[in-house]
Design a protein around this ligand. Structure first.
Ligand SMILES: C[S@@+](CC[C@H](N)C(=O)[O-])C[C@H]1O[C@@H](n2cnc3c(N)ncnc32)[C@H](O)[C@@H]1O
Length: 223
């Protein structure tokens, strides 16, 4: 599936509340400035049907996805960039959301950056990868004899365990990118370091984590 097809399909899911894959953030009146990290073509923001006064920005490393986003909506400011090095000033946003993107990044840096750009009192909404999902994906790859995919899923599993126990992550030996699963213990530890309080995690069909930015500055992340 091409990047274009993927993001158009995800837009359809975001606009279909009855689809089991549908999961959307709750946007409150106090969320005047919103950032979506790993926005793709802006599907989550587009489907959120934002009030005209809300300023919405979407960031992604996939330039083609951002160009598609520009075709689909004039409501979102699309920015090419990396989650680990956000090109925004401190305290720029009242809500930072990220749907299934943080697990594809170097999580400590991404969370530290989210902590930096979220205004005190602001909120985050993250959809992460659970251990259960990672095990399911690994079993499916093994079951269908996709050995390369199974090797990659084994890396994701090992990396998530490393992250849980040590806070460290290593890039994939197969493609040099990061991917991991998250646990409540690891993510709450990292979110506290990033300056967040009041974490709530719901690990159901989707693993969704929300938290509130406190007043204290985030710790600087480890290399
Ligand atoms: C699984 S897709 C999710 C897209 C969209 N958030 C959604 O829920 O439909 C992950 C997205 O993250 C982007 N991405 C991956 N690594 C990234 C990074 N380090 N910084 C920014 N975006 C990244 C990919 O290009 C892709 O668009």
């Amino acid at each position: 599936m091409s990047s274009r097809e993927y993001h158009l399909r995800e837009l359809e899911i975001a606009q279909s509340p009855d689809d089991p894959r549908h999961v959307m953030p709750r946007i409150l009146p106090r969320h005047r400035r919103i950032l979506d990290i790993g926005c793709g073509a802006g599907q989550t923001l587009i489907a959120s049907d934002l009030a005209p006064s809300v300023q919405a920005a979407g960031l992604d490393i996939d330039f083609d996805a951002l160009l598609l986003g520009r075709e689909l909506t004039g409501r979102v400011g699309f920015v090419a960039g990396q989650a680990e090095r956000l090109p925004f000033p401190d305290a720029s946003f009242d809500l930072v959301l990220s749907r299934v993107t943080a697990p594809l990044t170097f999580v400590p840096a991404t969370l530290a950056e989210i902590g930096r750009v979220t205004a005190p009192g602001g909120d985050i909404w993250l959809v992460l990868h659970s251990l259960a999902k990672t095990v399911r994906d690994l079993r499916a790859s093994l079951g269908s004899g996709h050995w390369k995919r199974a090797a990659y899923r084994s890396y994701v599993l090992a990396n998530g365990a490393l992250f849980h126990f040590t806070g460290r992550l290593v890039p994939s030996p197969l493609d040099g990118h990061y991917e991991s699963f998250q646990t409540n213990a690891a993510i709450s530890r990292e979110l506290r370091r990033a300056g967040f309080d009041d974490m709530v995690a719901i690990d159901g069909r989707h693993y969704v984590v929300t938290a509130r930015r406190g007043e204290r500055p985030p710790d600087s992340h480890r290399p």
